[in-house]
Design a binder for this molecule. Structure first.
Ligand code: F6R
Length: 259
């Protein structure tokens, strides 16, 4: 696991964009996308590089991590809609190849199985962007999620519902259920890139990186993956015991070693 501590969230966005663009240059064809605030600097940077440097996403497919049960892609709070307006509409990626779990399905569990099968059939995902919840979730794998879980329907904790209430007119409107890629599904991706910013995320970042591997902190599953880059700003790195060592290893990285 490589932990990159950067001065600002904007710097984090540039590092994560370097990873995505480098992977595309090296033949990557499938991206895994998170929604929420954490990847926004990365997405803005990708949009900028597409506009200014001509980085093309035309050959790419993308898979979202999760979707609310009961919301369809035409609803602004759905993650399918959010990723379209925040990223996809500003790139040359074909929207028909941007996939998300079918939150409007009559049988969400069956939709989750179908989505997982599609990722297995078309994967592996080359670069998976991740944020982290205050309780250590990735995707919407809340604490107690099996570390080998596949895409399925999960119940959100009250804390996560409260954290996400900012996107809804009324906090009561936040759905209770989601379809989320499982921790096993996420772990199938070749390169996991976790982005965290702000002091609020510091305890979760520490638990994920320096705590025990445990379903209590779902993001700790990253410790079992062979290729992980964690990009954190100084505030989110604030509780890391080995922060100086991480800075040292980034500074003294072998010249040929990419992220
Ligand atoms: C969203 C997702 C979640 C978020 C996490 C952090 O697709 O999978 O795990 O990444 O809840 O959310 P933000 O970035 O809004 O703090």
């Amino acid at each position: 696991m490589e932990i990159v501590i950067v001065p600002t969230p904007e710097d984090g966005g540039r590092i994560a964009a370097d990873i995505v663009c480098g992977a595309i240059e090296n033949g990557a064809r499938t991206l895994g996308l998170a929604t929420g605030s954490s990847p926004l600097h990365t997405y803005r940077e990708l949009i900028k590089r597409h506009g200014e440097s001509g980085v093309s996403f035309a050959a790419m497919s993308a898979y979202l991590l999760d979707e609310y049960v009961g919301l369809t892609p035409d609803q602004p709070q759905s993650y399918a809609h959010t990723i379209r307006t925040e990223l996809v509409d500003h790139l040359d990626i074909d929207n028909a190849r941007v996939f998300s779990p079918d939150g409007g399905a009559a049988d969400p569990s069956e939709a989750a199985r179908r989505y997982d099968a599609a990722i297995v059939d078309n994967g592996p995902i080359d670069v998976q962007i991740l944020g982290i919840g205050l309780n250590g979730h990735i995707g919407f794998n809340e604490p107690s999620s099996s570390l080998t879980s596949r895409t399925r329907v999960k119940t959100l904790t009250e804390r996560t519902r409260a954290d996400n209430a900012r996107f809804f007119a009324d906090p009561a409107d936040v759905p209770h259920h989601v379809i989320t890629q499982g921790l096993g599904t996420i772990s199938d991706a070749k390169h996991l890139v976790l982005i965290a910013e702000g002091a609020r995320k510091a305890p979760a970042v520490r638990a994920a990186i320096e705590g025990p591997v445990s379903a209590f902190c779902p993001a700790s599953v990253l410790q079992l993956h062979p290729h992980v880059t964690v990009v954190v700003d100084e505030a989110a790195a604030g509780e890391l015991q080995l922060a100086d060592f991480y800075r040292y290893t980034t500074e003294h990285k072998p010249a040929e070693q990419g992220y």
